[in-house]
Ligand binder design. Structure first.
Ligand SMILES: Cc1ncc(COP(=O)(O)O)c(C=O)c1O
Length: 341
């Protein structure tokens, strides 16, 4: 079982390093690595959730595809095929005996002055996961500050990549927000439009329409963002990808953030301005519930997004489906279909 270190933090027993599982204490990085010196690395944040068929990793293929895209943006190829990394993720979760956990695949550049010749290293670590925002209220709602730090410009560092170095940008915004008594920051792009949270995408709901900034405004192509867009449309909401001003967040009926770490996080105020429908509002609540059911393997329609750590067939006959915006248990689904026929 995972051990506890001197600071009382739980750490994994083993970490996947360059193709093999090694004890936690041996998962080390050279002090002259470009990854350390210059933030030359790319990474992913992936979630594994407990389900009644054991732990299941959510949208693993999509995360590894984005990891590969991040590498391509930085002019390098993954040191291992994605299939090997997918097995690495599963093996690491299984070997540590976790079920609800966060998984961190990372590729970084080792020592060497020539960036095109430096060796690449890969690690996959995981650790137990509970709530991301410690300051969230009992409904999971958080306070958000629009940051005075802009989201890094895509022509300075491509915002489509998850590169370790660019997270100093969101670090500044996050620390600023925490020091001001907020839980999270929203960054505007250099043109003043809403871009992203520090590790989340931003959504605003007004008059039943859900809007999220397009990736050209600096939003990362979030996998939870994509998931929530699919689920919201299945629930009957109109979803638009359109630019948002700071004031659109101030006058929204609901605001929520999405991310692998945060899930679907209701926002209870933006710069001290509460959303009209409270937090969580009805759309946020419906999406939170459906998202929890989907990642928990309780909705057949999106069972293909789950990668079960202990294997087994995808999909279940006895769970729920979404029909006309409502979750329907499988036995009732037959009746719905009969009625339509
Ligand atoms: C800057 C930024 N925006 C948004 C997200 C949310 O993306 P995802 O839903 O894929 O975790 C993340 C997290 O990866 C992020 O780092």
């Amino acid at each position: 079982m995972p051990e506890t270190d001197q600071a009382g933090e739980q750490h994994p027993d083993v970490v996947w390093m360059d193709g093999e599982l090694v004890p936690f204490a041996e998962a080390n990085v050279h002090v002259l690595s470009n990854g350390l010196l210059y933030g030359a690395g790319v990474f992913e944040g992936v979630r594994c959730h407990a389900t009644d068929r054991g732990p299941a990793v959510f949208r693993l293929d999509d995360h590894l595809r984005r990891l590969n895209d991040s590498m391509r943006i930085y002019l390098a190829a993954l040191p291992h095929p994605v299939e090997v990394l997918a097995h690495g993720v599963i093996d690491t979760v299984r070997a540590n005996g976790y079920s609800d956990c966060y998984v961190r695949p990372i590729v970084w550049m080792g020592p060497g002055l020539d960036p095109l010749a430096a060796t690449l290293h890969t690690a996959i670590a995981c650790w137990p996961w509970e709530n991301y925002h410690a300051g969230a209220d009992t409904a999971g709602a958080i306070r958000v500050k629009v940051s005075s730090f802009s989201r890094v410009d895509a022509n300075a560092m491509p915002t489509a990549a998850k590169a370790t170095g660019q997270y100093l940008n969101t670090f500044l915004a996050k620390v600023d927000a925490l020091l001001a008594g907020y839980d999270e920051a929203v960054l505007l792009n250099s043109g003043g439009m809403v871009a992203d949270g520090t590790a989340e995408n931003v959504f605003a709901v007004r008059d039943g329409v859900i809007t999220t900034p397009p990736t050209v405004d600096g939003a990362l192509g979030g996998i939870t963002r994509d998931t929530v867009i699919v689920l919201a449309r299945a629930l009957g909401y109109e979803v638009r990808e359109a630019s948002l001003r700071r004031s659109d967040l101030y006058v929204a009926d609901e605001v929520f953030l999405t991310g692998t770490a945060a899930g679907v996080a209701p926002v209870r105020d933006v710069d001290g301005r509460p959303p009209a429908a409270g937090a969580p509002g009805p759309a946020t609540q419906a999406l939170r519930r459906l998202y929890a059911d989907v990642v928990g393997g309780r909705v057949s329609d999106w069972a293909h997004w789950l990668h079960y750590v202990d294997g087994g067939p995808v999909g279940r006959g006895d769970c729920q489906h979404v029909v006309d915006g409502a979750l329907i248990a499988a036995p009732l689904l037959g009746a719905v279909i009969d009625e339509r026929v």
